[in-house]
Design a protein around this ligand. Structure first.
Ligand code: ISL
Ligand code: CA
Length: 570
């Protein structure tokens, strides 16, 4: 077998710049703030940083609505500062990956402005324009849209344009019109933009909803859902007919023949294991890995993310284990618990009660970082940051939540259920400022932060953890170091054990003579475990509780509530 790719032993850290660190007191995180904290990243030991979008943007979706792909939004800083950041990271051996948002642009992007200028515009075809169902009557009225597709951010996915009498498609906000990837000039414009960034020194891209770029060109109605005017037409725009062709073309035109380390990760809601294998099989030259969504949908109802149904931890474990097994021969997994769109991991999958918070944050870290794949750490996760104690609908800033609440009021939906959903899975949970210290604004800003700081910054912050043995941060640091040190973490085979136990999360990794045992107790009560004699003599590489024996003796072990350990036998 050829040498494993460099990213198999790498760990990626995601920065959501708006919420990371503010250097000029306007309450919004920026490049200056990141530059002040590069040593935090170096101390943690990560190999790659992924920056959520910092391009010029009206900020309708916090930068996922781009109006200029070749410049930095003044809110975040300047191109010179980005060059400085690339240099500062490279000097510490860290790569920089940019967000690539090319399923859609902002409606303020010059491409769209030109496209919207009229039906004869040379760029008309760069976006998806269609007539209403019956152009002769009631144009623009609800129900007249070209089809019944719903937007991810509530309402129809089509916006009526008075001037031309046509509609444009927006799978997200109406300020995020979808590009038409069928048009070759669109594709070439995107590829040349990507090359421009790589030439400038960035090392790759995280590709936003990249499996949505090839739509089923019939634009037919999706199967109706009773009681809903607009429905999620997933099967008609995700993993569409030309998606593999487009990604292979992108790879060929942008990356082929380029020297150095690069990383591509496709964000792919709804992707299945079968498709993920195709997307990430190196022989096919599409992307290095994908973000799949199965495990972050387990606590959500089938039709709406706001429908919070509670966590079935056994289902969570089975899901992740299934991905481990499915991509064992071909393809590569990315591993993540949370990001800027998801609630905080420790609140969602662990136990954020102060008595279990620290052990459960470490348990989740252990489980994820022991798996086969490339682990991602979302800013603040390395500190065990928790969900925000939302009280009312007004506490939410995110367009997704704001639109949802509007709909709840307009349609008289269940307000209690909506508030629960928003507080459990609302995206602002992940977007409150990073807690650097115990001060009122957590060291994030000297001004008023754009989203309030979580009150638990008084005891949950970087200062109280970095360099403090036994802290969540030090646990993450140790796990990242282990991945760098032992090849079994990167490429070892994966075998789940005690698969039907809802509380014990355990698996074995094997590489040549090395055997790794990862075990975590995902419950508050202590658990006694029989490991079998095969593990006698194994070395404790990392444990979440101080003072455990260094070497396993024959017999059983007892894990305290939420305790986790990693053993190596070689
Ligand atoms: O948050 C979500 C999970 O339910 C989705 O609605 C989310 O929008 C989807 O995962 C796609 O996310 C990406 O594209 C969006 C942007 O709002 C997200 O921040 C981004 O990660 C549109 O660009
Ligand atoms: Ca700022």
């Amino acid at each position: 077998m050829s040498d494993p790719a460099w990213f198999t032993s790498a760990v990626v850290y995601q920065i959501y710049p708006r919420s990371f660190a503010d250097s000029n007191g306007d309450g919004i995180g920026d490049l200056g703030g990141i530059l002040e904290h590069v040593d935090h990243l170096a101390e943690l030991g990560v190999d790659v940083v992924w920056l959520s979008p910092i391009y010029r943007s009206p900020q309708a979706d916090n930068g996922y609505d781009i109006s200029d792909y070749f410049d930095i939004d003044p809110l975040f800083g300047t191109l010179e500062q980005l060059d400085e950041l690339i240099a500062a990271l490279h000097a510490r051996g860290i790569e920089l990956v940019m967000d690539l948002v090319v399923n859609h642009t902002s409606d303020e992007h010059p491409w769209f402005v030109e496209s919207a200028a009229g039906k004869d515009s040379p760029k008309r075809d760069w976006y998806v324009w269609r007539d209403g169902r019956d152009p002769s009557s009631a144009p623009g009225e609800p129900g007249q849209e070209p089809n019944n597709w719903g937007s991810f951010f509530s309402g129809s996915a089509w916006q009526f344009d008075e001037a031309s009498g046509q509609y444009y498609l927006h799978l997200f906000d109406r300020k995020q019109p979808d590009l038409n990837w069928e048009n070759e000039d669109v594709r070439e414009a995107v590829y040349s933009m990507m090359r421009w960034w790589l030439d400038r020194g960035v090392d790759g891209f995280r590709m936003d909803v990249i499996n949505f770029i090839s739509k089923e060109q019939s634009f037919a109605d999706a199967p109706p859902v009773p009681g809903e005017r607009y429905v999620n037409a997933f099967q008609l725009f995700a993993n569409g007919p030309r998606i593999h062709e487009f990604l292979a073309e992108m790879h060929e035109r942008v990356f082929a023949g380029r020297e150095g380390k690069h990383l591509t990760v496709g964000e792919m809601p709804g992707v299945t294991t079968e498709e993920a294998i195709l997307y990430t099989d190196p022989a096919r030259g599409e992307v290095d890995m994908v973000f799949q969504f199965e495990h972050v949908s387990i606590d959500q109802g089938p039709t709406s993310k706001w429908d919070w149904i509670g966590l079935d931890r056994l289902a969570l474990k089975r899901s992740l284990h299934r991905w481990q097994t499915a991509l064992a021969q071909q393809g590569w997994n990315s591993l993540y618990w949370d990001n800027h769109d998801q609630p905080r991991a420790v609140s969602r999958f662990g136990d954020d009660d102060p008595a279990y918070w620290e052990q459960s944050a470490k348990a989740l870290a252990t489980i994820l970082h022991g798996m086969r794949g490339t682990p991602y750490v979302y800013q603040g996760e390395e500190l065990g940051m928790t969900n925000y104690p939302f009280r009312s609908a007004d506490d939410h800033r995110d367009v997704e939540a704001v639109n949802h609440w509007k709909r709840v009021l307009e349609e008289g939906l269940d307000q209690e259920a909506a508030l629960t959903g928003m507080s459990k899975v609302g995206r602002d949970n992940a977007r409150t400022p990073v807690q650097w210290d115990a001060s009122p604004q957590a060291g994030f800003t000297t001004g008023e932060p754009w989203l309030p700081v979580n009150p638990n910054r008084s005891w949950l912050n970087a200062v109280s953890q970095v360099g403090k043995p036994g802290s969540v941060f030090e646990h993450y640091r140790a796990l990242i170091a282990l991945r760098h040190e032992h090849p079994v973490f990167a490429t070892g085979d994966f075998t789940g054990v005690m698969e039907n136990d809802p509380e014990i999360w355990a698996y074995v990794r094997t590489l040549d003579r090395q055997r790794l045992l990862v075990v975590a107790n995902c419950s508050r009560a202590p658990r006694e475990l029989e490991l079998g004699d095969g593990w006698a003599g194994a070395r404790l590489l990392l444990g979440s509780v101080e003072g455990r024996a260094d070497v396993l003796r024959p017999g059983s072990i007892t894990l305290a509530g939420w305790e986790s350990r990693v053993y190596l036998l070689d």
